[in-house]
Design a protein around this ligand. Structure first.
Ligand SMILES: *[C@@H]1O[C@H](CO)[C@@H](O)[C@H](O)[C@H]1NC(C)=O
Ligand SMILES: *[C@@H]1O[C@H](CO)[C@@H](O)[C@H](O)[C@H]1NC(C)=O
Length: 417
């Protein structure tokens, strides 16, 4: 989520560097080709295919878990089962589950020991509020105790989503647990303060894909980094490293590649142009052995646009062309973030109605921003009310029932038809 006007106070600390080398290989024993999710998925030109050869389209939403607490949001208000049932009730089939690398790094740095949710809540919200919110989480989700760890909560979310046959896409959303994204938040670019490549969730039945990095963007507060490496050539090099590391750790996953400028375009990866400032081009040969695992993702927040054909033109040329034979290299493409205020009328505007018809017409997957009603804390405000959230503040009802009934259900249905 791009949020340019945010003023972000940054603690500066250095995180340990996890290495994927020497990690246990994925235990694939629970993934049988003949049962849901019919993985591992592969790509074929512009399509994602399951083991039955069915074209898989994601129609889902983002469930944030990358905030300061580094635990999936909403659990002080509702149970995991309630939230998953809500997603399923209108037919959504995928969750883009965001996490902060900071959590993974902390665990590596303490020899595999994660912290308890008790500590996570009190560290992020203070002793009094942290304890109060923890108690609400435990009341709503009685399978947890004060000694449950953060990763065990992610495991429980993944297990419930699998139970309800909802695919999980893991998104490496940010390095340090906090609201994302701005140009000066220290999380912008490889080599910036907190970035690292990692992977986990290997034993989640429904985990089918992972995004290497959310919204690569200009490190505006780090001019030397910007001038030395904020370009397509470097992004490509980082994606090659990240894709190789992920594929070694978990060869079953689809790997999503993002683009520059807050991931608003991936054109140089599919149109055959040189990757500036160098002269090389995207080549599947650079991904030998897993070239059928690569997917492109873009984001779009042109919420004020008043021409559907302009929006379609932008989306096509910056991304979805890659699904067609007009591309030099074909890929499946997903719009992994778009969103707008969930009030009574915004959904009737050009942006929302255009996306609701265009994405299904392209057979393109998507995950709307955002499955939330509120955040434990965002930008210093606890119990932050999310006006763009699909859910009410207490994560109970749809925030804009008009949107759900008037447009969104149909968008899900048409995408999956
Ligand atoms: C603690 O929670 C209360 C009630 O939500 C809120 O008013 C207060 O600002 C919170 N404290 C901090 C430090 O955010
Ligand atoms: C994954 O493995 C960990 C320990 O290796 C376990 O605690 C967790 O429950 C497992 N998660 C699932 C979804 O099976």
């Amino acid at each position: 989520m791009k949020f340019l006007s945010a003023t972000l106070a940054l603690a500066s600390f250095t995180l340990a560097t996890p290495s994927l080398q020497g990690e246990p290989q994925n235990d694939l024993s629970n993934r049988q080709a003949g049962s849901w999710p019919f993985g591992p998925f592969v790509t074929s030109a512009g399509k994602i295919l399951d083991t039955a050869g069915k074209n898989i389209v994601y129609a889902g939403t983002n469930w944030p878990g990358h905030g300061e607490v580094m635990i999936p949001e909403g659990l002080q208000y509702q149970s995991i089962e309630y939230i998953a049932t809500k997603i399923k009730s209108i037919g959504m089939n995928a969750i883009r589950l965001t996490f902060a690398i900071e959590m993974i790094d902390q665990i590596y740095a303490s020899n595999g020991q994660d912290i308890t949710i008790q500590r996570a809540f009190t560290q992020a919200l203070g002793q009094a509020n942290g304890t109060r919110i923890l108690n609400q989480v435990l009341a709503k989700n009685p399978q947890f105790t004060t000694s449950t760890t953060r990763l065990q909560v992610f495991d429980a979310v993944a297990a419930e989503l699998a139970k309800q046959q909802i695919y999980v896409h893991l998104d490496n959303h940010i390095s340090k647990g906090m609201w994302c994204c701005s140009g000066n938040d220290g999380n912008t670019w490889w080599g910036d303060t907190h970035f690292n490549t990692a992977n986990w969730g290997r034993n989640w039945t429904g985990l089918v894909s992972i995004g290497l990095r959310n919204e690569p963007r200009e490190p505006t507060s780090n001019p030397s980094l910007r001038s030395s490496s904020y370009n397509w050539q470097s992004l490509y090099a980082f994606h090659k490293q990240g894709a190789s590391a992920v594929n070694k750790a978990n060869p079953s996953l689809l790997i999503f590649l993002s683009g520059l400028n807050y991931d608003t375009t991936v054109a140089p990866f599919f149109d055959g142009s040189t990757l500036s400032p160098g002269n090389t081009r995207f080549s599947l040969v650079d991904f030998l052995g897993y070239e059928n695992k690569l997917v492109l993702e873009i984001h779009n927040y042109e919420t004020g646009i008043n021409s559907c054909s302009s929006l379609q033109y932008n989306l096509f040329n910056k991304g979805f062309k890659a699904m067609t034979n007009e591309a030099r290299t074909q890929f499946p493409v997903l719009l992994t973030e778009f969103g707008f205020a969930m009030d009574a009328s915004t959904w009737r505007g050009t942006y929302a109605t255009c996306l609701a018809s265009y994405l299904p017409s392209q057979k393109a997957g998507w995950t709307i921003w955002v499955l939330a009603g509120s955040y434990y804390v965002r930008e210093g405000t606890q119990d932050y009310n999310e006006n763009w959230g699909l859910l009410t503040r207490d994560w109970r009802d749809w925030r804009s029932q008009g949107y759900i009934d008037g447009l969104f259900r149909g968008m899900v249905r048409n995408s999956l038809a």
